[in-house]
Ligand binder design. Structure first.
Ligand SMILES: Cc1cc2nc3c(=O)[nH]c(=O)nc-3n(C[C@H](O)[C@H](O)[C@H](O)COP(=O)(O)OP(=O)(O)OC[C@H]3O[C@@H](n4cnc5c(N)ncnc54)[C@H](O)[C@@H]3O)c2cc1C
Length: 437
C-alpha cells in the first residue's frame, strides 16, 4: 500500500508534505535551486502550525516562545501590553523561528534516516526544475527533458507555480498589491545597548508600531546561539524610495528603509538604522483559486493560496496542507481512488486557507468593494480562536465531515457546515490579532 509521490519544490510546503507523506509512501522532491539555504529573517508559527511541526519531531529548542504582545503607535507610545501563554490557551506554543532553522529542520525530517523518524527518507533532487506537468498521467518533465512518473504530483512550487498552470491555466496570477515589506535582523546587543529600545528584548515579545498607512512588527529570534531582533516593515509602494521586486532574495537600501519611517519616533528610526542590510519584497495578492486539484495533481502552500503576510499565516497554512495530505493518503495504494483523496484534501483545506487569504487581504488593503469568495464572518477574537485551536486534519475532518453529514440528515436545510460553525471568542485583543505581520 505504497504510492510514488513527486513533490515539486523544497520550501516550507514541499518539505512539510514530504515529512508527512514519507511515513507510508515513496517521496521524491524536485527542487529547481541547489538548495544553498533558505534566507531571510524570521517566521513565526502560531499554535496551529507549531503543534503539527513539533508532532513531526521538529527540534526548535532555540526558537523563543512568544509571551507578550505590545501594541504601540508610530511615536512608540505603548497602548496595550498583553501577556500570552499560547501553551495554556491553545495547547501549543507560538514559536518565533529563524527561517533557516525551520527550513533545515523540515529538510532533516523529510530526507534523513533517523531514529524515531517513521517511513523512508524522501529523495531530494536539486537543480531539477520542473517545466511541464501531465496531471492525468502524474508525470513531470524537467527542464533537462527527463520525464519522471509517479502516482501523485504535489505542486509546492510557490507563487509562480508551474503545477498550478497545469491545474487551472495561467490566468490566475498573483498581482502586485501596492505594498512592499522590508525585513531585517538586528543583532540583539545593539538593541540591548539602547536604553529606549532594550525593552523590546524582554520578555520575548512581539511589538507592533502602527502608523497611518505603514507599520513595524518586531520580535526576537535566535540563530546559532545568537539573538536577533527581527523587523518587518510594511509600506505602500508609492512611498518607496526604490523599486521592489517579487523576489525573496532582492536587497533593499537601509537608508530608504529609514527614510520611509521619517515620521516615526526617533528611537524607532534609530532601531532601523542599526541594521547592516535588509531585504525588500514586493507583496503580491491573489484571489482564491477555483480549484487546487486536477487528475492526479494538487497544489499546496503559496502555489495554492498565496496570501499577504499581515496575519503571518502563509507558512502555517502550508504546514496544515501538508498534514492534510498525510491524513488523506493514509493507507492509500495505487489501486485506491487517488482523485478522491486529492478532492478530500482540497475540501478539508480550502476553507481555512481561504479565510486566512481573505482576512490577510482585508488587513492589508481594507474590505473588498466587490468580488472575493464567501468565508465565515469572524471578528478578530473569533479569528484567533478559529485559527489557533486547530488540532490537525483528522480532528478537522471529524468536525466538518460530521457536521456536513448531520446537516444532510436534518429536515431543515441550514447554511453550509463551515459557514454556520459556531466559534467562541478568545481573549486576544481585536487590534492585536488583526495586525500581526
Ligand atoms: C515579509 C513576509 C513575512 C512572512 N511572515 C510569515 C510568518 O511570520 N509566518 C508564516 O506562517 N508565514 C509568513 N510568511 C509567508 C511564508 O513565508 C510563505 O507562505 C511560505 O514561505 C511559502 O512556502 P512555500 O513552500 O509554499 O513556497 P516557497 O517558499 O516559495 O517555496 C517554493 C519552492 O519551490 C521551488 N520551485 C519553484 N518553481 C519550481 C519548479 N518549476 N521546479 C522545481 N522547483 C521549483 C522554489 O525554488 C522554492 O524552493 C511571510 C511572507 C512574507 C513575504
Amino acid at each position: 500500500m505504497t504510492l510514488d509521490i513527486i513533490v515539486v519544490g523544497a520550501g516550507i510546503a514541499g518539505l512539510a508534505a514530504a515529512r508527512a507523506l514519507r511515513e507510508q509512501h515513496n517521496v521524491t522532491i524536485l527542487e529547481q535551486t541547489r538548495m544553498k539555504s533558505e534566507t531571510g529573517a524570521a517566521i513565526h508559527l502560531g499554535p496551529n502550525a507549531a503543534r503539527l511541526v513539533l508532532g513531526w519531531g521538529c527540534q526548535l529548542d532555540e526558537s523563543p516562545h512568544l509571551n507578550m504582545l505590545r501594541e504601540a503607535d508610530h511615536l512608540g507610545v505603548i497602548h496595550s501590553k498583553r501577556p500570552i501563554d499560547a501553551q495554556a490557551d491553545f495547547g501549543a506554543p507560538w514559536l518565533l523561528n529563524h527561517r533557516v532553522t525551520l527550513h533545515k529542520e523540515l529538510l532533516r525530517l523529510a530526507t534523513t534516516e533517523c531514529e524515531g523518524l517513521p517511513g523512508r527518507p524522501a529523495k531530494l533532487m536539486t537543480g531539477a526544475r520542473v517545466a511541464q506537468v501531465d496531471t492525468e498521467k502524474a508525470t513531470v518533465q524537467l527542464e533537462s527533458g527527463e520525464v519522471l512518473h509517479a502516482d501523485v504530483v504535489i505542486g509546492a512550487d510557490g507563487i509562480k507555480s508551474e503545477v498550478r498552470k497545469a491545474i487551472v491555466g495561467d490566468c490566475f496570477l498573483a498581482k502586485p498589491s501596492g505594498h512592499s515589506a522590508y525585513r531585517c535582523l538586528i543583532p540583539a546587543e545593539k538593541i540591548a545597548a539602547d536604553d529606549e529600545l532594550a525593552y523590546l528584548l524582554s520578555p520575548t515579545g512581539l511589538s507592533i508600531f502602527l502608523g497611518k498607512d505603514r507599520k513595524l512588527v518586531v520580535y526576537t529570534c535566535t540563530f546559532e546561539g545568537r539573538r536577533y531582533l527581527n523587523v518587518v516593515a510594511a509600506i505602500p509602494d508609492k512611498d518607496l524610495g526604490e523599486e521592489s521586486q517579487e523576489s525573496w532574495y532582492a536587497p533593499g537600501k537601509v537608508e530608504d528603509l529609514v527614510a520611509a519611517y521619517a515620521n516615526f519616533a526617533p528611537h524607532l528610526q534609530r532601531m532601523l538604522s542599526y541594521t547592516q542590510e535588509c531585504g525588500l519584497w514586493q507583496l503580491r495578492d491573489q484571489d482564491p483559486l477555483p480549484a487546487w486539484t486536477k487528475g492526479k495533481a494538487i497544489i499546496i502552500g503559496d502555489a495554492a493560496h498565496p496570501m499577504l503576510p499581515h496575519l503571518g499565516q502563509g507558512g502555517s497554512q502550508a504546514i496544515e496542507d501538508a498534514d492534510a495530505l498525510g491524513f488523506c493518503f493514509d493507507g492509500h495504494g495505487p489501486s485506491d481512488d487517488i482523485e478522491a483523496a486529492l478532492a478530500r484534501t482540497f475540501k478539508l483545506r480550502y476553507e481555512r486557507a481561504t479565510v486566512c487569504q481573505e482576512k490577510s487581504r482585508e488587513q492589508a488593503l481594507g474590505k473588498r468593494q466587490e468580488g472575493g469568495v464567501s468565508v465565515p464572518v469572524l471578528d478578530p477574537m473569533q479569528f484567533s480562536q478559529y485559527i489557533f485551536t486547530y488540532q490537525g486534519a483528522s480532528w478537522w475532518a471529524k468536525k466538518v465531515e460530521g457536521e456536513a453529514a448531520a446537516e444532510a440528515d436534518a429536515a431543515e436545510p441550514g447554511p453550509p457546515a463551515a459557514l454556520g460553525r459556531a466559534v467562541n471568542a478568545h481573549p486576544l485583543s481585536a487590534a492585536t490579532t488583526a495586525t500581526i505581520l
